[in-house]
Design a protein around this ligand. Structure first.
Ligand SMILES: O=C(O)Cc1cc(O)ccc1O
Ligand SMILES: [Fe+2]
Length: 412
């Protein structure tokens, strides 16, 4: 457990060397291999790397050849950023067999993997389990299931991410997703610095997401079998056929590994006096940029919580933000959009400086609401707030709901 913590896990005693990483002959005839998530010389508190002890070195593979995936796109995104506020309905479920990788559709993004800045926002709609392994050399993957549990086999061991949980898969880590049924959700592909927990500042040493609640897998190798391995590199997919499984790690240690986090563990903190706090108070994970306090991307949630503010307009206020906001809804309803239209699996975009906030119905209700304590329940929205404006893919540009602007009409 623990995001960024040092873990160790082995399927049988003696797999992990004691007090060293790369003995002349690792135990059980295994191969020792280091996976780095930061530059070797990154400051100690940011440095991420793990050692894996496996049956076959990852290096044992033939050349990768290109694999087409027209709906999976990567920065630099060519479309000019547009200032309009936009909202989308959920993706339809596929009718043909579609695994998680084939089910990905890129919606928006900024930056690019080469510069190590920005994110891509993908949606997925899938109905079958992967029978291939995948890794992303372009970025870290934050998986946000909306419907359907993701059963994730990783090099480091298995993880389960039902809706309401998130999975964080470091750049380069091989994984495969099995489904129990139809699955939809969101993916933030982070080209920038790995997601980490935000500083707590005056909140003190507790609150928001706790490192302890990030679950790391236990090592588990599977029987050997030839496996197709796909990678995303420089914006394109590439594949090769391995004579063995990449899920052959009998032990690992280090502070770079995938994690799952239950968003219900998030300790939401809010006002107990007046005014609606900035949404940064709900930051689960942040990918810092080179400018302190200005994130490459923040992953923020709006979880169930008590609203007690006095003499306050309680829902999100009207605002224009220097950062750019993509929002999704995992379940329930969102308190700024009581007028409807923002539905689970759907999304919305409020790019840099676009004026937005409560829709007219929310505004009317909240301005005259009786301000007794109210439990805001049956709600779980999230936001990926980025430093750079989002640029849309063709698919997103072609399919917004008509006239989202109208939710802000009729103010007297
Ligand atoms: O636009 C939104 O709904 C997201 C949001 C929520 C909030 O509570 C304050 C600011 C903000 O951008
Ligand atoms: Fe906003």
């Amino acid at each position: 457990m623990g995001l960024g913590d040092h873990h160790e896990s082995e399927v049988l005693p003696g797999v992990l060397p004691i007090g060293r990483n790369s003995p002349q002959r690792p135990a059980h005839g295994l191969y020792a291999e280091q996976l780095s998530g930061t530059a070797f010389t990154a400051p100690r508190h940011q440095n991420r790397r793990s050692w894996l002890y496996r049956r076959t070195p990852s290096a044992a593979h033939a050349a990768f050849t290109p694999l087409s995936h027209p709906r999976l796109l990567t920065g630099p995104f060519a479309s000019p950023p547009a200032p309009n506020r936009l909202r989308w309905d959920p993706l339809p479920l596929p009718t043909a067999p579609t695994d998680w990788l084939d089910g990905l559709v890129t919606w928006a993004g900024n930056g690019d993997p080469d510069s190590g800045q920005g994110v891509a926002l993908h949606l997925y709609a899938a109905n079958s389990s992967m029978n291939r392994a995948f890794f992303d050399a372009d970025g870290e993957l934050l998986l946000i299931p909306q419907a359907g549990t993701l059963n994730i086999t990783t090099e480091f061991g298995p993880l389960t991410a039902p809706p309401g949980h998130i999975a964080l898969i470091p750049r380069g880590v091989r994984f495969r997703i099995a489904l129990d049924g139809p699955a939809t959700g969101y993916v933030c592909e982070n080209y920038g610095a790995p997601f980490t927990l935000p500083e707590l500042g005056p909140l003190g040493s507790n609150g928001l997401a706790s490192a302890r609640d990030f679950i790391a897998p236990n090592a588990a190798a599977e029987p050997d079998a030839p496996t197709t391995l796909v990678q995303k590199f420089g914006g394109h997919l590439w594949q090769t056929r391995l004579p063995h499984t990449p899920f052959d790690v009998l032990g690992w240690h280090g502070n770079l590994c995938p994690h799952v986090y239950d968003l219900a563990r998030f300790n939401a903190i809010g006002t107990v006096s007046f005014d609606h706090p900035d949404p940064s108070i709900f930051t689960v994970l942040t990918s810092p940029s080179d400018t302190p306090g200005t994130a490459n991307a923040d992953f923020v949630i709006f979880p169930p919580r008590w609203m007690v503010a006095e003499d306050t307009f309680r829902p999100p206020w009207f605002h224009r933000n220097v950062m750019s906001e993509y929002m999704g809804l995992i379940h329930g309803a969102y308190d700024a959009k009581e007028g409807g239209g923002f539905v689970p699996g759907g999304g919305s975009l409020h790019n840099r400086m676009s004026a937005h906030g409560p829709d007219a119905i929310t505004h009317a209700r909240a301005s005259s609401a009786d301000l007794k304590p109210v439990k805001l329940d049956n709600t779980l929205a999230f936001m990926v707030e980025t430093r750079m404006p989002y640029r849309l893919t063709d698919q997103a540009a072609r399919t917004p709901q008509p006239d989202y602007d109208a939710v802000w009409s009729g103010f007297r």
